[in-house]
Design a protein around this ligand. Structure first.
Ligand SMILES: Nc1ncnc2c1ncn2[C@@H]1O[C@H](COP(=O)(O)OP(=O)(O)OP(=O)(O)O)[C@@H](O)[C@H]1O
Length: 925
């Protein structure tokens, strides 16, 4: 027994040291370049093939073959990847998600290339480097780790590396050649990949697909080491290797037997799942989401007709051509799931193959149990849809790289623990529905289902959910502050995605007349993801084109062409626009005709003075604390609008339609808002004494004194916030925001203004203290709930959704906000001078001044009672700032509670009723 234990431990050490090598390579590349190289395993596989080619095929001596493979070919691959794939987009300012797509591109390119060059079969004759002695292998790994540690710690290059890791731009400013650092990082990473491949090749199946995926599992080691610590990576790898080997001894009876064996054979997969779901901090937050699509506008009708005709053509095919074509519509439905999750929702989803496979598996199992095939398919879709939570749940808190790893890990786990297990899939057959056994009839059935799915997804994208998903993709925090339930929406996207993938997967299985686990391999998930992204993830045409490409290119005798082509395209992501954007685009006609389209301006140059008040009035009659100050009412009533002014208490809760706009609106210029003429905010007003309420704009103090002072709506009670690093940014801050007043928060940089602002808006949770709204504690309410309670906010750094038009941005606020009234979107657009032609322009094309107005209009479209503005004048010129001041003054006059964090003293002086100065996390008394 002891000797068995020892032998198994040795075998575990051999596997563990190869895994440790991978960990070292991944960590060094990540530290030097910021890229988690998903293609590490593919490089390992290519190097293993190269060594075999040199030694076995061409008869080179082993040492020479090893030298050339490890010191020429492997670093050469790293060098080329740096120069040709990763450096250009980095220079062009691409984001980490695009880099991730590029590394997936390299992965599928190398796999496809290897399949093309060496064929898809397994090679059992890979040369053995160190024999069966794991100690030599282990010694090599430890030596390598010590070398890396010594270089990093004690050499000039190591110092440069650490400087680049800390802050690349600063390091470059300091004269460090960051490009050289990343070239060395890539070359070294590829060398370790090559060494891993050469060491593993004799012991695992050497084929283009097996080894790359095997190495993907080992990413667990690097993640467990938080992409930082080499010793942790090595110890983790060795420990998993040894435990995995020891598990091979256990053969429990009953149901646990296959499970223990499956775990024993796939402990790195379990470790990957645990690591990506438990260890925080891989990848950044927010900034590494997929960027919004560019130019994926409406597809012209002609293109759709052409696509329809092309998809009908196979009905005239026969034999193997028709058999091959049968895969296309089913695959298109699977890929459509990525349009929902990735294209519209911006979520990286590398595990869709798992849902497709589960769809096919459940259909097969249900059909085997006697359920008719179509009913079995429908049931399978219903069963798989909730499993979308497997990847949806991690997506709630993860972004970019972390999410990519989580979804990939789920995909790999489902593949290893379900599809690859005989207990789940042995002897399964999958027939076609009765009456559709013939290929032509079955293809027609698939077309009908595909058309239905396209119509459904098109409707989803055009509707409220589609806008919310696009907002989520464009700016998650902005979407949440607009009232979007971000967590719920992500779950919904993944559930819908799983349902579509299951439907497509089931159809694919029926098309093949079998459940084939290879058809739903995780590698396919990567290929499908890359294909949809390079073709244009937010286009309904992409799944169709991608399905045709993937099936068509691989229809020949040699596999791998599709992977190679998609791989090349994916390595160019960020530099070459998605292919569907090359198509002619339909005219940018209004995408959403508004219910109450405005008549042209009645009197050019005349502001619509009553417009802001009505939509912004609370839905219910303001009582007590809500009621606008009499001065504000008088000012609004005296505005030269020519519009009837409702008596107090008679203001309509639903704004009337059909009000004229202004010439400024038509030009898309700054607004000329209602109470401007009457509001003296533009005059030079001495700043109020800090912390002391004062009449705004020199209004007679008597008019306010005559009214009973309104009660505060939103209050901060002794807020204290300490950031994780230990810095106390807020120290027992109390603040009261009163309806009808503008409260300004001023102070030096770092005084704590934004932190206080974020606590009020729900973006930050205070360490101590409470936030109340009308006396109700809302401290634990998240940002979107506060928006729905009537507290709207804008951002210091603009949070506008660039892929949506101006109108869609504002409609989103009306759909998700405090009072959901579509008409209020119109009023907000007009109030901010956005109801002209500019309303149909994508926000991506606009200037900062216009974007500030769009953001404000979106906030107001939800008809909030409280408006929190974080440096609203940042990036505005004087005219725009003046216009903004007038709008804000009018809004406050209308009863809105306004908080402004602002650096512009003139704006504060002219606008604020109350000014609070912050210093060192406190409000100065
Ligand atoms: N996420 C964070 N983690 C750690 N410290 C933070 C974080 N955000 C802010 N701080 C620190 O908290 C303090 C207050 O920052 P805050 O952004 O609230 O100040 P501010 O008055 O809004 O400054 P500015 O006018 O420059 O925006 C600063 O010292 C800042 O460095």
């Amino acid at each position: 027994m002891a000797s068995l234990t020892y032998d198994l431990a040795l075998a575990g050490l051999a596997v563990g040291s190869a895994a440790a090598l991978t960990g070292i390579g991944l960590i060094v590349t990540y530290r030097a370049t910021g890229v988690l190289n998903l293609a590490h395993g593919a490089i390992a596989m290519v190097c293993a093939y190269v060594l075999r080619q040199l030694v076995v095929e061409w008869g080179w001596p082993l040492p020479l073959g090893v030298l050339v493979t490890l010191f020429v070919v492997a670093p050469g691959i790293g060098f080329v990847l740096d120069r040709a794939v990763f450096r250009p987009p980095a220079l062009a300012g691409s984001n980490p998600a695009q880099t991730l797509v590029a590394s997936i591109g390299v992965f599928v390119l190398l796999v496809g290339g290897a399949a093309l060059v060496w064929g898809g079969g397994t090679r059992p004759d890979a040369p053995v480097l160190f024999g069966d002695d794991p100690w030599t292998q282990l010694a090599a790994v430890v030596l390598l780790a010590c070398l890396v540690g010594a270089v990093t710690r004690w050499t000039r290059f190591g110092r440069e590396l650490r400087a680049v890791v800390d802050n690349r731009s600063l390091a470059m400013l300091g004269g460090i050649d960051a490009d050289r650092v990343s070239a060395v990082g890539w070359s070294f990473g590829a060398f370790t990949a090559g060494l891993t491949g050469v060491l593993l090749a004799p012991y695992v199946r050497l084929d283009p697909y097996g080894m790359p995926l095997l190495v993907v599992e080992v990413i667990a080691v690097a993640v467990a080491a938080r992409m930082r610590s080499l010793p942790v990576a090595i110890v983790t790898a060795l420990a998993i290797g040894v435990v995995q080997a020891q598990l091979a001894r256990f053969h429990p009876e009953g149901w646990a037997g296959p499970l223990v064996q499956a775990v024993g054979a796939n402990l790195f997969v379990v470790a990957l799942l645990v690591a990506v779901l438990v260890v925080p901090g891989v990848g950044g937050r927010g900034q590494d989401a997929l960027p919004p699509p560019t130019g994926e506008g409406r597809v012209p009708g002609g293109v759709w007709v052409t696509a329809g005709v092309l998809f009908l053509l196979p009905l005239g095919f026969a034999g193997s051509d028709l058999q091959t074509s049968v895969q296309v519509p089913a695959l298109a439905i699977v890929l459509l799931s990525l349009v929902v999750v990735t294209g519209r929702g911006g979520q990286i989803a590398l595990g869709q193959a798992a849902y497709a496979g589960l769809g096919a598996l459940f259909t097969a199992l249900l059909a085997a149990g006697g359920v008719p095939e179509l009913a079995a398919l429908a049931l399978a879709v219903l069963l798989v849809a909730p499993l979308g939570l497997l990847t949806g749940w991690p997506a709630i808190r993860r972004h970019g790289l972390a999410l990519a790893l989580a979804t990939l890990a789920v995909g790999v786990a489902v593949s290893r623990f379900v599809f690859a297990q005989p207990y789940a899939t042995a002897g399964l057959e999958l027939g076609r529905p009765a009456g559709f056994g013939d290929d032509r009839r079955y293809y027609a059935l698939e077309l009908v289902v595909l058309a239905g799915c396209l119509v459904l997804v098109a409707a989803l994208r055009r509707g409220r959910t589609g806008r919310a998903l696009a907002a989520l993709r464009d700016h998650e925090a902005g979407a949440e502050s607009a009232g979007v339930r971000v967590a719920g929406l992500k779950l919904l996207a993944f559930v819908l995605g799983a349902a579509l993938a299951a439907l497509g997967g089931g159809l694919l299985g029926m098309g093949l007349r079998a459940f084939d686990p290879q058809a739903y391999d995780p590698l396919r998930g990567l290929l499908w993801f890359a294909a949809v992204v390079v073709l244009g993830a937010d286009s309904l045409l992409s799944p169709l084109a991608a399905a045709v490409l993937l099936v068509g290119l691989d229809a020949g005798t040699r596999g791998g062409v599709a992977a190679a082509v998609i791989g090349v395209l994916a390595t160019l992501v960020g530099r070459v626009p998605p292919l569907t954007t090359w198509l002619p685009r339909a005219d940018e006609a209004p995408r959403h005709p508004s219910p109450g389209r405005l008549r042209p301006s009645r009197r050019p140059g005349t502001a619509d003075l009553s417009a802001p008040r009505r939509p912004l009035a609370p839905a219910r009659e303001p009582s007590g604390a809500d009621r606008p100050a009499p001065a504000a009412r008088r000012r609004a009533a005296s505005a030269p609008t020519g519009e009837p002014q409702g008596a107090p208490g008679q203001r309509p809760s639903v704004p009337p339609k059909g009000r004229p706009g202004t010439t400024a609106e038509a030009a898309g210029g700054p607004p000329t808002p209602p109470s401007v003429a009457a509001h003296p905010a533009g005059k030079a007003v001495p700043p109020g004494k800090a912390g002391t309420p004062r009449p705004a704009g020199g209004r007679p103090a008597r008019s306010e004194a005559a009214a009973s002072p309104p009660l505060a709506r939103l209050r901060a009670h002794g807020l204290t916030l300490t950031y994780p690093g230990g810095l106390t940014a807020l120290d027992s801050v109390s603040l009261a925001l009163v309806p009808g007043r503008v409260t300004a928060l001023v102070g030096a940089n770092g005084a704590g203004k934004s932190t206080l602002f974020d606590c009020l808006a729900g973006a930050l949770r205070p360490t101590r203290g409470r936030v109340t709204l009308d006396g109700v504690d809302i401290t634990d309410r998240p940002a979107h709930v506060r928006t729905r309670l009537g507290i709207a906010r804008t951002f210091q750094r603009l949070a506008v959704f660039p892929s949506l038009t101006v109108e869609e941005n504002v409609r989103l606020g009306a759909e998700q906000g405090h009072v959901r009234d579509p008409a209020s979107a119109e009023y907000s657009l007009r109030l901010l001078g956005l109801s002209g032609a500019v309303r149909h322009r994508p926000a991506a094309d606009l200037t900062t001044g216009t974007l500030r107005r769009v953001e404000l209009a979106r906030a107001l479209a939800g008809r909030p009672h409280t408006l929190l503005l974080d440096e609203p004048s940042a990036g505005l010129d004087t005219a725009e700032t003046d216009a903004l001041a007038r709008v804000l003054a009018a809004l406050a006059a209308d009863g809105l509670t306004v908080l402004v964090v602002e650096h512009d003293p003139d704006l504060v002086a002219g606008l604020a009723h109350t000014v609070h100065t912050m210093e060192g996390g406190r409000i100065v008394p």
